[in-house]
Design a protein around this ligand. Structure first.
Ligand SMILES: [Zn+2]
Length: 361
């Protein structure tokens, strides 16, 4: 296994490693993606016999036959690592890179792009042996379900003062550079794939470096200008959270996976509120998850015989949602409900969150 593959296997998923249960409902239906109408790229590369708009994510597997149809270009990057990338995406990337250098003085290189299903399986086997199954489940993409299998997903890294900056935690320190890069993506047929606050749609946290080639600058512009995810464009997002943004805030108490499992518990309830659409979830903040809150959810727990053990953690979310036109009962029809709160408790950091109550606190 090459160094690039094993390192990226970890890094590419680390930012999003815990996006697990939350997206279980996103894009449940398998819908054929429209075939691109001819090429609008001016590259000379022989096009692959692939659908450049194929969706591959945690719910959508790489289409059958892809690996036989895709045309891969191989090159060695400035760090000496082998990189494989789909041929037309590579041509478009070179044009993007050239423009960034000459127009913006921004220097980038490609870290990792194409990874075969077999290579991903090798990583899973290797990491399972080294770190165990639990770890692999959290940090390593399931073979067949990584967008990198398409060859159309490219992980960039920055070159700053002649030095490669490619660790995720270092790369995010340069938001103004990423802004310049993102501004030029669509002209070359690329989109930014994992937008901030959109893990609920994509399954991944914000990754400024992961771009996706669509072979269609007009379409890329449409998506980038609207500020939506590829899933939203393809209508592959669970209707009750379409357009929803999640603000994890900052917390000393909870990590994103803790919050994701709490959100999944909330969605379990919210999905039953027919026609309601969630617009925003926000973590209420550490100050709202204090001893008073813990005492509150424990008080509620005492009224529920199914929960034996006392909670030792409490979490609160606030949300905005919209009710349907034909809402009945207690709901005001066709209305926005703002700052609606959700209160949950759990026992132990590994325990599952129980949704105890909701409403206006
Ligand atoms: Zn990536």
């Amino acid at each position: 296994m090459t160094r690039t593959i094993s390192r990226r296997a970890f890094l590419a998923t680390s930012g999003a490693a815990f996006a697990t249960v939350l997206v279980a409902g996103c894009g449940a239906s398998q819908k054929p993606t429209p075939a691109p109408e001819g090429s609008s790229s001016d590259s000379d590369a022989a096009p692959s016999g692939i659908d450049y708009l194929a969706l591959v994510n945690k719910q959508h597997k790489l289409p059958d036959g892809w690996e036989d149809a895709v045309t891969i270009t191989h090159f060695v990057n400035t760090e000496g690592w082998d990189v494989d990338v789909e041929a037309k995406a590579y041509e478009a990337y070179l044009a993007l890179k050239d423009e960034l250098e000459t127009q913006d003085g921004v220097f980038v290189d490609l870290d990792s792009a194409y990874r075969s299903v077999a290579a991903q399986q090798e990583i899973v086997d290797d990491f399972t042996e080294k770190y165990g199954e639990e770890y692999v489940k959290l940090y390593v993409a399931v073979p067949g379900y990584s967008e990198h299998h398409t060859g159309l997903a490219l992980d960039l890294f920055l070159i700053i003062e002649g030095k490669g900056v490619y660790n995720n935690e270092d790369m995010v320190q340069y938001p103004e550079i990423w802004e310049k890069i993102h501004a030029r993506l669509a002209d070359h047929g690329f989109i930014l794939r994992y937008l901030p606050s959109k893990k609920i749609c994509t399954g991944y946290s914000y990754e400024p470096w992961h771009i996706r080639y669509l072979d269609d600058p007009a379409l890329a512009h449409e998506i980038m200008d609207a500020g939506i995810t590829f899933e939203e464009y393809l209508d592959e997002v669970e209707p009750c959270v379409a357009g929803c943004e999640v603000d994890y805030g900052t917390s000393e108490r909870y990590r994103e996976p803790d919050m994701d499992s709490a959100l999944e518990a909330i969605l379990g309830e919210f999905r039953t509120w027919e026609g309601c659409v969630m617009q925003r979830f926000a973590y209420a903040g550490d100050q709202s998850c204090d001893d008073d809150e813990l005492a509150y959810v424990n008080e509620l727990r005492e009224g529920d015989d199914s929960i034996k053990e006392a909670f030792d953690q409490a979490i609160v979310f606030v949300s905005d949602f919209h009710t349907p036109k034909d809402a009945e009962g207690a709901w005001e029809a066709d209305s926005d409900y703002k700052d609606w709160t959700w209160h949950l408790g759990r026992t132990g950091a590994d325990g599952s969150w129980r949704l105890m109550t909701w409403g206006y606190a």
